[in-house]
Ligand binder design. Structure first.
Ligand code: GLC
Length: 734
């Protein structure tokens, strides 16, 4: 559903534009955050340093920040020089909005934006996990929930969904996006835009989405955040652009340009990506905002000689709003006077911004009602239930030797690991509006589910191991459940890691637990694919728990007890060694595909296949695939297969459809995801699933962005992961 204004709304925007002064127009293009102006014993910069170098803890820093004095730029708002702020509190929003609406000359409302990436009050799984639910209905519902909750705090603009395809697990921001597959990422993108934007029954129900980070940010070299990006254009079109194009088609209202340069041009000042592709070719009607401070950083990139030059390049490239630098508000008027930019360029940007504000209903409903502001003081049960469903569907069972899982409810269990008792660490990166009292730790969830459970800290991602705890844990439990992984600060922005094994001394802890002779179940809490080669070789059961949000505790416990079946799958490959990164299943074949023989694409010292491939995920039963049939219609293919539950428990399976264009005018991936079906089967039950695949989906874009549909042989695969082996080949003509 595209961003559409009524004729009356369009007229109001046009009339406003005519009435605005140049200063007021440029004001709309300026986003600011409250500035810290003191309130501490040391300067703010020093405080940041102290937290960064460990002189004070994160908690201490947060505590000190509560005393911070902030400048909310009231005078600039009154003077019509601010279009948007990052604030998330109904009272504060209403106070500032009142200044804009009732004290500025034209009364243009502010748009308040925030990073609501996986939930506002009710935090649900990080995106890399939720994408693995392969449940678009769920993805849409969680976004709709976040939209309602954030509107109650005056936030009508989410800097989400993050749609960066990421093939390199060293990059910390893999946690924020839907994994590495363009088809799954596109399904996720559409669902999130629908959830955020489509319930227009009330202005308290929807927000503006912001597709980020446009574009190619996830391909940063060496997985190092903010690093340079170079790629062939066929990869740009077929992989990185796909989810953004899908989300624009779904009607996304805004886009955020990414920090990185793409083939030498920073995306903040890139007319090809912003104008040619996004606004012209995709017909994007909304506005583009920079990432934080990114306009200023174009000087550091070396593409602009100074801030004025950066501002001129950015606005001419199609960047409509400047986040956080003040360069637009400080220099665009002079740039116009000097003939470096045109009034039309300014007007186009302002029209886009005003249109989104009009579409959000901010002109008619600028304030948060007191009833709305209180609505989520206590999280509604249906929100918690949705968060629990999202958490349960995102859990991936990676190993279960001898069906050690599920555990009997009356089993004596030693729960181990400091992460197990943490309510904070279950949240994950980029969530900032939750409350600790709404969170249920894994320990709390497990104590509900398993009455004979006792908890022993033992150790975690940082610090030492407590041998005494390990001995007590070993002497008490018949089974040891270890919750290990990363702290939430070890993934997310500016959190690339060169070694993606379990951090700290967690592997030593596992060795100590194994030495006790008791069976060890590993529950992972992490924000990226990890290297788990040792764990996979030594442990009988491994569960990927990710960071699942406020209901992580009950979800993990219910999967471990079998009350809920594990059904999640991996939205990214898990490397067998960090040296494999970047690694992705949808790779070209090369002329010498990796094998055991010497002169092939392999390593001398590590495997070349991932430890766990894209789409992998076990359950407490098993499934078999057969009878794959392909029938070709004029415009689409029908692909059928039979799935049977071959185990002794009811189970949910996501059947995946892959395609290979066997011979083409450009080398194509050995497999590409083209569809999936999630089904639940009783023991012994079989079902025929079918996919209708439009022939257009078999095409690919060349380096000039032209879609190529080429007759020839195509191979189709259906199965439970990207290593599915049930396949059929067909000659297809277009
Ligand atoms: C950050 C992030 C971006 C976020 C923005 C505003 O640096 O890159 O994802 O939306 O700043 O917080």
């Amino acid at each position: 559903m595209r961003l559409q204004l009524t004729e009356d709304q369009k007229e109001r925007v046009g009339d406003l534009l005519k009435a605005m002064t140049l200063k007021e127009k440029i004001g709309q293009m300026n986003q600011v955050s409250p500035s810290i102006v003191g309130g501490f014993d040391v300067p703010f910069e020093e405080l940041i340093e102290m937290m960064t170098d460990g002189r004070i803890s994160h908690e201490k820093f947060e505590e000190i920040m509560k005393t911070a004095k902030q400048d909310f730029h009231e005078d600039q708002i009154r003077d019509g020089k601010v279009g948007s702020l990052m604030v998330q509190d109904a009272k504060e929003v209403n106070r500032l909005q009142k200044i804009a609406v009732e004290e500025s000359r034209l009364g243009i409302p502010l748009i308040f934006g925030l990073d609501v990436i996986h939930g506002f009050r009710t935090v649900y799984p990080i995106a890399i996990a939720e994408a693995g639910s392969f449940d678009p209905d769920l993805m849409e519902k969680t976004a709709a929930m976040a939209a309602r909750e954030s509107r109650s705090a005056g936030v009508a603009w989410h800097f989400a969904p993050m749609l960066d395809i990421a093939r390199d697990a060293r990059w910390g921001r893999v946690s924020e996006g839907p994994g590495l597959d363009p088809y799954l990422a596109s399904v996720f993108a559409r669902a999130k835009v629908r959830g955020l934007q489509n319930d227009r029954s009330s202005t308290e129900h929807y927000v503006a989405a912001c597709l980020k980070h446009y574009i190619g940010y996830g391909a940063c070299e060496s997985g190092r955040d903010y690093n340079t990006v170079s790629m062939a254009m066929h990869l740009f079109y077929n992989t990185y652009l796909r989810p953004f194009a899908a989300a624009v088609e779904e009607g996304a209202a805004t886009v955020m340009a990414s920090f990185n340069d793409l083939n030498g041009v920073p995306c903040t000042v890139n007319p090809f990506t912003l104008r040619t592709i996004l606004k012209d070719s995709l017909g994007f009607p909304g506005f583009v905002v920079s990432d934080a401070n990114a306009v200023r950083e174009c000087v550091i990139h070396g593409i602009a000689k100074d801030e004025i030059d950066a501002g001129i390049q950015a606005v001419n490239a199609g960047l409509d709003m400047d986040m956080g630098t003040g360069i637009y508000s400080g220099h665009l008027a002079q740039a116009l006077a000097d003939g470096k930019i045109s009034e039309e360029t300014i007007d186009e940007a302002v029209r886009r911004i005003l249109s989104v504000k009009m579409w959000l209903g901010l002109f008619d409903h600028p304030y948060v009602s007191s009833e709305c502001a209180r609505r989520y003081d206590t999280l509604p049960e249906d929100h918690l239930a949705l968060a629990r469903r999202a958490a349960e569907e995102s859990i991936v069972l990676l190993k279960n030797e001898g069906s050690l899982l599920p555990l009997a409810r009356d089993q004596k269990i030693s729960l181990v690991g400091t992460l197990a008792a943490s309510r904070e660490e279950i949240i994950g990166a980029w969530a900032m509006s939750w409350r600790k009292e709404d969170c249920v730790s894994i320990r709390e969830g497990m104590e509900q589910e398993f009455p004979n459970l006792r908890y022993f800290p033992c150790g975690g991602p940082e610090g030492e191991i407590c041998k005494a705890d390990v001995d007590q844990a070993a002497s008490y439990g018949d089974v040891l459940v270890a919750v290990l992984g990363e702290t939430d600060a070890m993934s997310g922005e500016a959190s690339s890691r060169g070694d993606i094994t379990l951090p700290g001394k967690q592997r030593d802890l596992l060795q100590m637990l194994l030495k006790t002779g008791k069976p060890v179940v590993l529950i992972l809490m992490n924000g990226r694919p990890l290297v788990l080669d040792w764990e996979d070789a030594h442990l009988p059961a491994i569960v990927e728990g990710w960071h699942l949000g406020v209901q992580m505790g009950p979800a993990i416990a219910r999967v471990l007890s079998g009350a809920v079946m594990p059904q999640g799958k991996l939205s990214a490959d898990f490397p067998a060694a960090v040296g494999q990164c970047p690694i992705y299943y949808n790779h070209p074949n090369t002329g010498r595909p990796g094998s055991r023989s010497k002169f092939t694409s392999r390593y001398l010292d590590i495997p070349f296949k991932p430890l766990y491939p894209f789409g992998f995920g076990l359950t407490y039963t098993s499934f078999a695939y057969s009878k794959l049939e392909i029938s070709e219609g004029e415009k689409q293919l029908q692909i059928r297969a039979e799935v049977r539950n071959t185990g002794d428990r009811r189970g949910t399976e996501t059947a995946l459809l892959f395609m290979q264009d066997v011979t083409a005018s450009l080398v194509r991936p050995v497999r590409e995801l083209k569809g999936f079906r999630k089904i639940t089967l009783d023991p012994g039950e079989s079902r025929t699933i079918s996919f209708r695949l439009p022939k257009k989906e078999l095409g690919f874009y060349d380096n000039d962005g032209h879609l190529r549909l080429e007759d020839g042989a195509f191979r189709f695969f259906v199965g439970g992961s990207s290593e599915a082996d049930l396949s059929e080949e067909a000659e297809i003509t277009f």
